[in-house]
Design a protein around this ligand. Structure first.
Ligand code: SF4
Length: 335
């Protein structure tokens, strides 16, 4: 398929569907395009290993947001999901922001439709809204402060104890934070399909078979899994903890993409993905895995699909993001 036809079909398919010559060295071609176009590739830890290997920066939502804001590159190629690329555009609007596949969405972001959330917020006018970064630009615009799993606790702690708070959209992370901070935040009923799927029963059996292994879990997991976890943290925190710890074996309850980086950083240790409660690979995020090296190359070459945003929405969504970055900086979480 040629570029004209692929562009016409892009809104339906979500990406440029062009067949590439199998002999093309995509790693070398992507490096060439980076130089030619002054482009930076930002990748989330949940991306496939090849994408992580060509990325200029690999991180979780907080690190990626900070990198997207500070980069001097003219083009940000975002290997992650739609709300993350939107976040890059919100923070750095003069840059061209590309996403290899527009269908790379997020079940958690989808669980908070803006109209329903607006109505909910109006019922609780005295509440301040803290939203997890995994939400659409529309939900960000309806929020007072954005947080990530790395900084959520510090952000909540920075508010007066008697301040009523709505936390959206992740009920599992919200519940965990309520416990950690001693608050009683009102929780929006959203969840991530990947982190909800872990089987307590199978993890418990795995722990019996690997008595020396520690269970490390992302706070988007259900409470029952968090209760038996040895360590709970954001993707970056899990990685740092596992690398620094004396323990040699870990059961990892988050998306499996993290295993690539964690195994690179601690090659002598054993990492076992926590099993989902069925036989499929449901702890792979199907949205994250829509991006491929081929799509990444094509989107850099043809500069499509691009993330565009109406300026009023961008400005409204930026305000709570700026507050997050300010509080994170004051707390020493970022430089
Ligand atoms: S892992 Fe969950 S929260 Fe992350 S992008 Fe996938 S669906 Fe969304």
């Amino acid at each position: 398929m040629n570029i004209e036809v692929a562009t016409q079909q892009m809104s339906e398919k979500g990406f440029l569907d062009i067949t590439l010559d199998a002999r093309l060295d995509l790693f070398a071609e992507i490096e060439k395009l980076k130089k030619e176009k002054n482009a930076i590739v930002l990748a989330h830890f949940y991306q496939e290993p090849d994408i992580q290997d060509v990325a200029d920066y690999i991180g979780d939502s907080l690190g990626l947001a900070q990198k997207a804001q500070s980069t001097n590159a003219d083009m940000i190629v975002f290997a992650g999901v739609h709300f993350m690329a939107e976040t890059a555009k919100i923070l750095n609007p003069t840059k061209k922001v590309l996403l290899p596949d527009l269908r790379a969405g997020c079940s958690l972001a989808d669980s908070a439709p803006a109209d329903l959330f607006k109505a909910f917020k109006e019922k609780h006018k005295d509440h301040l809204v803290i939203s997890y970064i995994n939400c659409t630009a529309e939900i960000k615009a309806l929020s007072d402060i954005i947080c990530t799993s790395s900084n959520a606790e510090k952000i909540i702690d920075s508010l007066p104890k008697d301040q009523p708070i709505i936390f959206a959209p992740d009920k599992n992370l919200g519940g965990y934070l309520n416990k950690k901070t001693g608050r009683n935040m009102l929780l929006w009923n959203g969840a991530c399909m990947v982190h909800e799927i872990f089987s307590l029963e199978k993890i418990t059996k795995l722990k019996i078979r690997h008595p020396k292994a520690q269970l490390i879990a992302h706070p988007e997991c259900e409470e029952a899994v968090l209760q038996i976890a040895d360590y709970i943290g954001s993707t970056t925190q899990l990685l740092k903890y596992a690398v620094a710890s004396d323990v040699q074996e870990f059961i990892v309850a988050t998306e499996t993409g993290i295993l690539h980086q964690i195994q690179k950083d601690a090659p002598q240790k054993t990492f076992i993905p926590a099993p989902p409660n069925n036989n499929c690979a449901c702890n792979d995020c199907p949205y994250m895995k829509l991006n491929t090296l081929e799509k990444l190359y094509l989107c850099m070459k043809y500069e499509l699909p691009e993330i565009l945003m109406e300026e009023n929405l961008r400005l409204a969504a930026k305000k709570p993001m700026d507050r997050m970055l300010e509080i994170s900086r004051a707390a020493g979480l970022i430089g």
